[in-house]
Design a protein around this ligand. Structure first.
Ligand code: 9D3
Length: 252
């Protein structure tokens, strides 16, 4: 997969992609990432990339000419038909379904803004869809671009290796993780749940799924509303809630 990023801070992208699972994917050529700096598409001595907003008000807007020129230069390095994605708080919120869709493409182009953002005409002419990474305010699109690249790269064939098989991944899909433990068996006076030491793999699997579904119900009920529950997960949640009610616990 080939990803292009239009950014005023190419080092931010290149630097972050050297580490971990994604760094290895880049080293192996499974993922290639290019950057295009709009500053290289300016023609004045000051290399001006921003200007004051029409209508007044605070902040600066990215000038349209260098921005669209950079988008077109980056697009020329991608296969035809790859989407051009603008990163902005106005976009559709990224979720795993969208990550999966992007990971299935031969490539895509990410446009990271700075200041107050892009001139609306650049969005009309040079961006196919807009993407947000969540409801909080960033100072620019680069970290959002890195989030998209990281999330997509780990789904590429061979990138994760044996760390998480597809079977393991699908077992508690759409749920939060279950709790994890490693040695020592007692740490600062706290033990490990007995079931994990039992060697009974069916019991362990059930306990993990129950922990995952119970935590999701408690902490992120929106995820259950969005993805639903398998029959088994639903049964384990009901069992969890019944046990808790029998103990006289109400919430938390
Ligand atoms: C008029 C108020 N502006 C500043 C408070 C709005 C504003 C401009 C530019 C808010 C954020 C930004 C920069 N943000 C991004 O480039 C961005 C972003 C985000 O802020 N949140 C979630 N996802 C994304 S993707 C790109």
């Amino acid at each position: 997969m080939h990803v292009e990023v239009v950014t005023l801070f190419p080092e931010m992208i290149e630097g972050a992609l050297r580490f971990g699972v994604v760094g290895r994917a880049v080293e192996r050529g499974v993922l290639t990432v290019g950057t295009e700096d709009p500053r290289a598409h300016t023609h004045d001595v000051h290399k001006t990339v921003d200007d004051r907003p029409y209508g007044g008000g605070p902040g600066m807007v990215l000038k349209p000419e260098p921005m669209l020129a950079a988008i077109r230069a980056a697009q020329a390095r991608l296969p035809g038909g790859c989407p051009r994605i603008g990163l902005s708080a106005q976009g559709e919120v990224l979720d795993q379904a969208l990550v999966r869709e992007l990971a299935g493409l031969p490539g895509f182009l990410l446009v990271a803004g700075r200041y107050e953002g892009l001139d609306e005409r650049v969005i009309e002419l040079g961006v196919d869809r807009e993407l947000s990474i969540g409801d909080y305010i960033l100072s620019g699109g680069e970290l959002a671009a890195l989030v998209v690249i990281d999330a997509a790269a780990r789904l590429l064939p061979g990138v994760l290796g044996d760390e998480r098989s597809s079977v393991e991944e699908s077992f508690a899909e759409g749920l939060l993780d279950w709790p994890h433990y490693t040695r020592p068996e007692v740490f600062e006076g706290r033990g490990v749940p007995q079931v994990l030491l039992s060697g009974n793999h069916a019991d362990i699997r059930r306990w993990r799924l129950q922990q995952a579904v119970a935590r999701t119900w408690q902490r992120r009920p929106d995820l259950i509303a969005k993805h639903g529950l398998s029959a088994e997960a639903s049964r384990l949640l009901n069992e969890f809630l019944a046990t808790r009610a029998a103990r006289g616990e109400t919430d938390e």
